[in-house]
Design a protein around this ligand. Structure first.
Ligand code: NAD
Length: 345
């Protein structure tokens, strides 16, 4: 089968201390009137960046929200106007970066993004936005941030729970890339290396959240996982996360973390090559390894604990069946409802 591999341009500055490069990167992008988006958790980091950028920062916004609700983008755009800013800098997880993409899509301004989680949005040309509780995702190369600054020091503050769940969110990108219909030798290599890095570094980070070398390794694994998400079509796992996350406004990383082992158990028998590759990477049963990580989370580990009403499972299953994402196992109603039932708990 003929497959297409594309590598859109995206500049990455990476390493401890790279936060200090943001000003140079804004200048390089031609930014003179900057909108700075930073999650509240990144306020101190944002203050440092404002100190360096000085009067170039003309607007700050500190309330990016998960799943990029269009009302929040509307609110920011009302201030941004037609040409009040000429660059956006976003510091935070996927929520801050999603807002940056949404603003850039509407205004055309270049983006310099500084990720602080392992979600991977910074290297994808993908934006999921929520309107009236329905999340729709689009892919367009102009959404891809031009510059990414990966500073592992900014991840030292990630609490254990988010470290764990955000890492499993990244692993989900790589696992789905391996069984994607448009997987290539490049995406296979990125996915394999990222799973190895993430699952290898995660226990070290969880035993010492301030282990900068293990954090660096985890972040590079997440970068590669983000590239997997960028380069391949995602399957059932991401479809369930989009449908459930958008409908019930669920915490993104926690949702991905609790779903992944269920979807792997559902799909892997139907894609033996991927199962064998993952078994080699983790030196064991990949479902058990991922499930053990997911169960060690001290927060919600079931859809029930996330507050999803059980009687809505059928409607979610029907939505998935109505237009399924490409998936190695054909989606039938009964097995899908069983999967959702076990994820519900
Ligand atoms: P998030 O950005 O919503 O952050 C979760 C929480 O963690 C927030 O309260 C945030 O302030 C806090 N936080 C972030 N970094 C921190 C740090 N270093 N220390 C302490 N606290 C920190 O979570 P997320 O999982 O990174 O992103 C989820 C969003 O990203 C969703 O909207 C999802 O759809 C989107 N996403 C998009 C893509 C894509 O390619 N388009 C990929 C992955 C995720």
């Amino acid at each position: 089968m003929v497959r297409i591999h594309e590598t859109p341009a995206n500049r990455v500055v990476i390493g401890p201390g790279s936060l200090g490069w943001v000003t140079d990167e804004v200048e390089r992008a031609g930014g003179t009137r900057v909108l700075l988006i930073a999650s509240r958790s990144a306020t101190a980091v944002a203050d440092t960046v404002v100190g360096a950028l000085g009067e170039r920062v003309v607007m700050r916004f500190d309330r990016p929200a998960v799943h990029t609700p269009v009302e929040v983008t509307d609110e920011v755009m009302a201030e941004v106007g037609s040409d009040n800013v000429d660059a956006v800098v976003a510091i935070g997880g996927g929520s801050a970066i999603g807002l940056s993409k949404a603003v850039s899509a509407r205004s055309g301004v270049p983006q310099v993004v500084v990720p602080t989680t392992y979600a991977g949005s910074e290297v994808t040309p993908v934006l999921g936005e929520t309107r009236d509780g329905v999340k729709t995702t689009r892919r367009d190369v102009t959404l891809l941030p031009g510059t990414v600054v990966y500073d592992p020091e900014l991840t030292l503050s990630l609490p254990a729970g988010l470290t764990l769940t955000s890492s499993l969110n990244a692993v989900a990108h790589s696992v789905e890339a391996l069984w994607a219909p448009d997987a290539t030798a490049v995406s296979d290599a990125l996915a394999t290396e990222s799973v190895q890095r993430i699952l290898g570094a995660l226990p070290l980070v969880l035993s010492d959240l301030r282990d900068i070398e293990a954090r660096r390794r985890l972040q590079t694994g997440a970068w590669l996982a983000g590239l997997c998400l960028a380069q391949t079509q995602m399957g059932l796992h991401h479809q369930l996360a989009h449908a459930l996350g958008g409908t019930f406004d669920l915490p993104h990383a926690e949702l991905h973390a609790l779903l992944l082992a269920h979807v792997m158990r559902f799909n892997l028998p139907h894609t033996p090559g991927v199962a064998a590759r993952l078994s080699r990477v983790v030196s064991g049963d990949p479902v058990v390894v991922v499930e053990d990580f997911a169960r060690s989370h001290h927060g919600a580990t079931t859809l029930r604990e996330l507050g999803v009403p059980h009687d809505r499972m059928i409607a979610i299953a029907d939505r998935v069946i109505a237009s399924p994402y490409p998936n190695p196992r054909p989606i039938e109603r009964g097995p899908l409802v069983d999967l959702l039932d076990s994820a519900w708990g």
